[in-house]
Design a protein. Structure first.
Length: 480
């Protein structure tokens, strides 16, 4: 419970602490047999204060035991000296034990609270270490899954795209085919080769643990993507803000390219043969992309997975942007994001890791503990302050309201009824009345009032004694 490795650790400091503990214990033991009355309370209060102050230095168990032994031995010897018998020694030991407890209990209480706090902190440290280990295992598992996915994509889909490109290239060289067919085959080969390159880039991003938010579609520009779409047979009507590529950073430009590719791909799949209107505008610090094409509401010519929009919305959200899809007469895809977008670490994960949860719980626990500690200190302080203010207020009120002016006192005569003199008397009696200065008449009730306001230096005091609600005697007690 106590700190067995207190600070400081030097031998000289430990000797000093041991000596001070022995002196304090001895002084407490010497004083205990010779105090009585209010001195007992005062000495106990001093011992408690000294105990709390000593706990700030984190005394070791040995130092505390030295103080206890010195106090008990000194109290027993002083009790034996004051009363040379075994009864005196026992009484001295009992008193010494009581005051030693007043000294030791605060030290043990603070040490227990400090040990509990350290115990809880060790628990949080262990929980944080376990959470970090768990997150590391999860991250390794995710990386292994990514590696497996990259391998499957490369070995499966990559191989098929390569075969398509090779076969299309071979057929494009066949002179027996019409020229238009060979041209289409060359376009198919070029698109398959580009898709294979993009697939290789995706595999590289997976295996290199990159987030992929700056991937640039094989270093293509916005104009290149539009030209590729037009060469594939998509009718595109585009309006681009001047210097759009220069006014956006790598993150924003890569997101625009991905959104542009997704919109054009969706138009080719679900609304083939329709015109696609593309607008890219600069609005202050933001860039906005709007892709619009007629929505036929027919069954798509190819299966629609919906993964592209979901992944794109997540990508835009990471950069602090928004993606909206509106389907009415036209299908409209709107992307808005900052021109100088940067990835947000808070948005890259859809849930908190265990480390973050443990850290947040630890911080919340610390805040609650500090709040509880403040409350534990503030409530007694506020109560004591309120009690002190109330006592001071009542003291001031009693000193003012217990004044009986001499002219009113002179108007009170022996034999007057209480009802007759009620208006002459103050609201309350004086505090600390000198009741033993004059003998009180038998069977009478006496009240004491001051001649003037005197908070600390007492003035003349008027005494009025009643019997059966009549004034029996009036006396004046001179000021000391």
């Amino acid at each position: 419970m106590l700190d067995n490795n207190p600070t400081p650790h030097t031998r000289r400091a430990r000797n000093t602490h041991t000596t001070v503990a022995a002196v304090v214990g001895a002084l407490l033991g010497v004083a205990s047999p010779w105090t009585d009355g209010s001195g007992l309370v005062l000495l106990g209060t001093i011992a408690i204060i000294v105990g709390f102050c000593a706990s700030l230095w984190k005394p070791s168990f040995g130092v505390v035991m030295v103080a206890v032994a010195a106090s008990l031995v000194a109290a027993t010897l002083c009790g034996l000296i004051s009363s040379p018998s075994w009864v005196g020694a026992i009484l001295g030991l009992v008193r010494g034990t009581i005051y030693t407890l007043c000294l030791v209990v605060p030290v043990l209480t603070v040490a227990a609270l400090r040990g509990r706090r350290a115990y809880l902190q060790r628990g949080w440290d262990l929980a944080l270490a376990e959470a970090r280990e768990h997150d590391a295992r999860v991250e390794q598992a995710v990386m292994r899954e990514k590696d497996e996915m990259a391998s499957e994509i490369h070995d499966g889909l990559g191989h098929r795209l390569t075969l398509i490109a090779v076969q299309a290239g071979r057929l494009s060289l066949d002179d027996t085919l019409p020229a238009t067919a060979r041209t289409k085959l060359q376009s198919i080969r070029a698109n398959a080769a580009a898709a294979s390159d993009e697939l290789g880039e995706t595999v590289r991003l997976l295996t290199e643990r990159d987030s992929g938010i700056t991937a640039s579609l094989s270093n293509l520009g916005i104009e290149d993507v539009l030209e590729r779409a037009q060469s594939s047979g998509i009718e595109v009507n585009s309006t681009l803000a001047p210097d759009i590529e220069r006014l956006t950073n790598n993150y924003s430009r890569a997101a625009l390219l991905r959104a542009l590719q997704e919109g054009l791909t969706n138009a080719a799949k679900h609304a083939p043969g329709t015109k696609v209107n593309i607008d890219i505008d600069i609005d202050g610090d933001d860039v906005e992309l709007r892709i619009r094409n007629p929505d036929h509401g027919t069954t798509p010519s190819l299966p629609m997975t919906g993964h592209g929009i979901v992944a794109l919305r997540h990508r835009i959200g990471i950069l602090g942007g928004t993606l909206n899809v509106n389907r009415s007469e036209d299908f409209t895809l709107t992307v808005r994001l900052p021109r100088s977008a940067t990835p947000s670490s808070a948005a890259t994960s859809t849930h908190q890791s265990r480390t973050e949860l443990v850290t947040a719980s630890d911080s919340s626990s610390n805040r609650k503990r500090r709040r509880t500690a403040r409350t534990a200190w503030l409530v007694p302080i506020l109560l004591l302050s309120a009690a002190a203010l109330s006592a001071i207020g009542y003291f001031a009120y009693a000193n003012v309201a217990s004044v009986l002016p001499p002219e009113r006192f002179a108007a009170i005569n022996t034999g007057d009824t209480r009802i007759k003199i009620e208006l002459l008397l103050p609201a309350v009696e004086m505090l600390d009345a000198p009741r033993t200065s004059l003998a009180q008449p038998p069977r009478s009730t006496c009240e004491f009032y001051e001649a003037s306001i005197s908070f600390f230096d007492r003035d003349d005091v008027f005494r009025i004694c009643f019997v059966n609600n009549r004034v029996l005697a009036t006396d004046t007690i001179p000021a000391p």
